[in-house]
Design a protein around this ligand. Structure first.
Ligand code: GDP
Length: 306
């Protein structure tokens, strides 16, 4: 919780100072205040759709109650954001445990463009599972970038988890195939597969991912159990655009939003969670293993409005 609070510091600071400037000298929430609030929410990376929904709800309240004091704006915003997020009924994870009742190995495919923190997120997740005594295997199927393979191996060495790799420029599907094969043979609990994220060639990306899915299903019919899209929260609206593109290219079942520390764009978590109705499972608020946290909507709102 502390690191969540710390991770959200910049976002909060920026948001509340803008909000403070807007209401200074004004006691009532009127059209002007609402217009400015709309701009603040958009500039805080909540996205246009989510912002419009929030503003509409506050307008309804103003119309119904005839009067809304600016001193109550914090409280109202908190309520509306909380109710918006709770309505999207995606379930929050409670901890890092694997879903129950899944035949081993659980196969997790991780997607996302380069630089968003994909490899780091995989390393942090692997460390969490390893800590629980789970048997983890990593597949270095991001074969497009030499550094990605090396980096995954570094994580593997560091936390004592085997990494299946064929080196650079090899066929990602063949790496994925071998990783899942080994996962089955070794009775691993989880196989995590790193994939290359070349979004600029969407057709390639789609083909590559569907080929990976096809080959790993030879070993585990339900695989992948999860397709986790990693997004860099500090890129704000770019993260939103990537989410849109990836969800068009493949079925994304969960999200991780990284680098919320050191950015004022943390509002993007609210926007993405609301817009895509795909569970945000993890947020990254720093470089250490513990800085990858399980995301909880209400904890996030609480921390934001604390
Ligand atoms: P990839 O290209 O998507 O695999 O990205 P990497 O995993 O190599 O991460 C890129 C950089 O972002 C690395 O320097 C990571 O340490 C850093 N990084 C990843 N997640 C976080 C985070 O939550 N907070 C911060 N501050 N840095 C992060």
């Amino acid at each position: 919780k502390e690191s969540l609070d710390k991770g959200l510091e910049k976002t909060k600071e920026s948001f509340f100072s803008k909000l403070g400037r807007t209401v200074v000298g004004k006691s009532e929430v009127d059209e002007d205040v609402l217009d400015e609030l709309e701009e603040i929410l958009i500039s805080s990376d909540l996205g246009v759709n989510t912002t419009v929904k929030i503003i509409d709800r506050i307008e309804e309240r103003v119309a119904r109650d005839k009067y809304l004091g600016t001193s109550e704006l914090d409280k109202i915003l908190r309520e509306e954001i909380a109710s918006l997020l709770s309505e999207n009924n995606t379930e929050d994870l409670k901890d890092f445990s694997l879903p129950a009742n899944v035949k081993k190995p659980y196969v997790l495919l991780v997607v996302g463009v380069n630089g968003v923190g994909k490899t780091t997120t995989i390393g942090k997740l692997a460390a969490q599972y390893k800590k629980q005594g789970k048997k983890v295997i990593l597949g270095a199927a991001d074969t497009f970038r030499a550094a990605a393979v090396d980096q995954l191996k570094m994580w593997g060495d560091r936390i004592g988890v085997p990494v299946v790799s064929h080196g650079m420029n090899t066929d990602p599907a063949s790496v994925a195939y071998d990783a899942v094969k080994q996962g089955v043979a070794d009775e691993a609990d989880i196989v995590i597969i790193d994939t290359a994220g070349r979004l600029h060639t969407k057709v390639n990306l789609m083909n590559e991912l569907s080929k990976i899915k096809r080959v790993i299903q030879k070993f585990v019919a339900e695989a992948p159990h999860e397709v986790l899209l990693v997004l860099d929260g500090s890129t704000g609206q770019n993260a939103m655009i990537q989410a849109r593109e990836f969800t068009k290219a493949t079925e994304v079942t969960s999200l991780a939003i990284t680098k919320l520390d050191g950015t004022a764009k943390g509002g993007v978590v609210i926007g993405i969670s609301e817009e895509f109705k795909i569970p945000v499972k993890y947020i990254g608020v720093g470089e250490k293993v513990e800085d990858l946290q399980v995301f909880n909507k209400m904890e996030f709102v609480d921390s934001f409005f604390k």
